[in-house]
Design a protein around this ligand. Structure first.
Ligand code: ZN
Length: 318
């Protein structure tokens, strides 16, 4: 029997809930179970809630409701249902924002919803008004950083804002297609409209957080909606400037793990600096008889992922 973990937390991503008939992804091959996704979330909540030793928190890695809701005018109602399911938990839930949050809501609206999980006491990110990044310490010697992977993006921002204009310029420079959601023929195929990136302000802030954690010998778990390592993703689903985020992480010793969603098939790699990159399988493409959630048990020297359904168990040594 393994000794008791220092703490544990739940993970789930890409729920994409909508009260809609099943559909298919853009390739036409992957079935999307829009309505069922709420049941799978409920299964996760029940599993998390019945842990003998209570979880410390839960991470929801983005795309909690599907963009379909925006078209049917049901965004607020769909979000309410997802939040009601998560609200049965008695621990904090930390949310990353994905592209589908922005298909439904502007940033200005999101900060006033239950998806704004930045705790009052958390150390807010750079230009807190404009970027959702923050960090918190769930246990002694550990820190969690929530990154905002759509800080640079044309999603969720007012077209007349400087950040939108800057993002559109960058996107057009890298993507010459008429349809900016198409990666066809691109040298850097991650430069599509449904992705985003990290502003220099956020990267500088991230660097300072990691510097502090290095000095205090903390271990850091980072999460964001978009994967940042090519070996834990396909080339299209990466954050625009994933290399910049990786460079910040690799200039410090403290980061042990990067958690992401977005790529519904999931992915994993241990990089050259011994950082585990775990891209979690999405709920939305998980058949109703299966599941897609996890519990991560954190120890002094490792994290053990216990997967539910199509998420596999994994031991990640530090
Ligand atoms: Zn996504």
């Amino acid at each position: 029997m393994e000794a008791a973990p220092l703490f544990s937390f739940g993970v789930i991503t890409d729920i994409h809930y909508a009260d809609a008939e099943d559909g298919y992804d853009f390739s036409g091959y992957r079935r999307r179970y829009y309505r069922q996704s709420l049941n799978l979330l409920q299964n996760a909540v029940e599993a998390w809630a019945t842990e003998t030793v209570p979880l410390t928190f839960v991470l929801q890695l983005g795309d909690s409701i599907d963009g379909l809701n925006a078209r049917s005018g049901e965004a607020e109602g769909a979000l309410e249902q997802v939040l009601a399911a998560l609200g049965q938990l008695s621990v904090p839930v930390h949310h990353a924002w994905g592209n589908h949050e922005f298909y439904n809501f502007s940033r200005a609206r999101l900060v006033h919803t239950g998806l704004n999980s930045r705790p009052a006491g958390a150390v807010a990110g750079p230009l807190a008004r404009d970027c959702q990044a923050y960090h918190f310490s769930p246990a002694a010697q550990f820190r969690v950083v929530v990154l905002d992977a759509y800080d640079l993006s044309i999603l969720g921002r007012e077209p007349d804002s400087p950040r939108y204009q800057e993002s559109l310029r960058l996107l057009r420079e890298k993507n010459s297609n008429d349809n900016l959601n198409s990666p066809a023929g691109l040298k850097e195929p991650q430069f599509v409209e449904f992705n985003g990136g990290f502003s220099q302000g956020q990267l500088d802030w991230f660097n300072e957080v990691l510097k502090f954690s290095d000095e205090t010998q903390e271990k850091v778990i980072v999460m964001g909606h978009l994967p940042i390592h090519p070996d834990a993703s396909d080339r299209v689903c990466l954050a625009w400037n994933y290399e910049d985020a990786l460079a910040v992480i690799h200039s410090h010793r403290c980061v042990v793990c990067f958690l992401a969603g977005h790529l519904h098939d999931g992915g994993y790699c241990l990089d050259s600096h011994r950082v585990h990159h775990l891209t979690l399988e999405g709920v939305i493409e998980t058949p109703p008889e299966s599941n897609a959630f996890g519990i991560i048990y954190v120890y002094e020297d490792k994290m053990i992922l216990k997967g539910g359904g199509r998420i596999s168990d994994r031991v990640m040594h530090f």
